[in-house]
Design a protein around this ligand. Structure first.
Ligand SMILES: Nc1ncnc2c1ncn2[C@@H]1O[C@H](COP(=O)(O)OP(=O)(O)OP(=O)(O)O)[C@@H](O)[C@H]1O
Length: 234
């Protein structure tokens, strides 16, 4: 593919919380370009601004100043309806899996398709079953989250995030609550599915054990991106 613009294209992005005297700048002049299919890990100390940047990219928060173009669409100055549209194009995976406890694994994953309103019930069932098989949970489709291990719950969350083949997957510390083996399984599955689907992954982590899956690691420090380098460990 020729002349493809980055799927995440951020220039001179600043962000502030609070108003008046309490106004505090938390992101400073962020520049970040991420191409289709890249897997980027973002590291940095607590409070350095990683989650804030992720929420701006995802459309969960409104970018205030600079440029934050996601899939070619400028989110800076976008209306709330436009932000909702932008959010639908992403898959999300969080530290706490955020599954609905009253729904089975299958129903939780199916929700990832229902929001799009364009799939028939049969199509939703087929896709959902197929992706649960891919994440190794073929025999757990009718289980409720309470009956699944932490790693299995996180695999359901991955299936839900990726079932609609989003162009961008945003993950905020997806392995933080997992032991080493489950954490490794979870990132391997995420990497495999994203590669198959050509999805871009931006993953915030404190977990040194998973850095090798990255094509590139970016590091945040006090609201600034201080390092943006190709991953030597990959
Ligand atoms: N809603 C908010 N209102 C005011 N300040 C906020 C808000 N959210 C975050 N902050 C502040 O913005 C800064 C960046 O926070 P952020 O959560 O983005 O950091 P982080 O790098 O993700 O941290 P962690 O690794 O602990 O999750 C911190 O100083 C935090 O206190």
């Amino acid at each position: 593919m020729v002349n493809q613009q980055p799927v995440i294209d951020i220039h001179n992005l600043n962000h502030y919380f609070g108003k008046g005297e309490l106004r505090k700048q938390v992101l400073f002049d962020i520049n970040l370009e991420i191409d289709r299919g890249e897997i980027i890990l973002m590291t940095g100390p607590s409070g350095s601004g990683k989650t804030t940047l992720l929420t701006l990219i995802s459309g969960l928060r409104s970018p205030q100043s600079g440029s934050c173009k996601i899939l070619g669409k400028e989110l800076c100055g976008a209306s709330s309806a436009e932000l909702v549209q932008a959010r639908r194009k992403n898959g999300y995976i969080f530290q706490a899996h955020n599954l609905h406890h009253s729904l089975t694994a299958l129903q939780n994953v199916q929700m990832g398709l229902e929001v799009h309103g364009k799939y028939s019930p049969a199509e939703m069932r087929d896709r959902t079953t197929a992706i649960l098989e891919e994440v190794g949970l073929a025999d757990r489709v009718n289980y409720y989250p309470d009956k699944l291990s932490g790693g299995q719950k996180q695999r359901v969350a991955i299936a839900r995030a990726l079932v609609a083949h989003p162009a961008i997957v945003l993950a905020d510390e997806p392995t933080a609550a997992l032991d080493s083996k489950s954490g490794r399984d979870v990132v391997n599955i995420m990497q495999k599915l994203a590669r198959e689907q050509g999805s871009t992954i931006l993953l915030v982590t404190h977990d040194d054990r998973i850095l090798d899956i990255a094509d590139r690691i970016v590091h945040m420090e006090d609201g600034r991106l201080v390092n943006n380098s190709v991953n030597q460990a990959a």
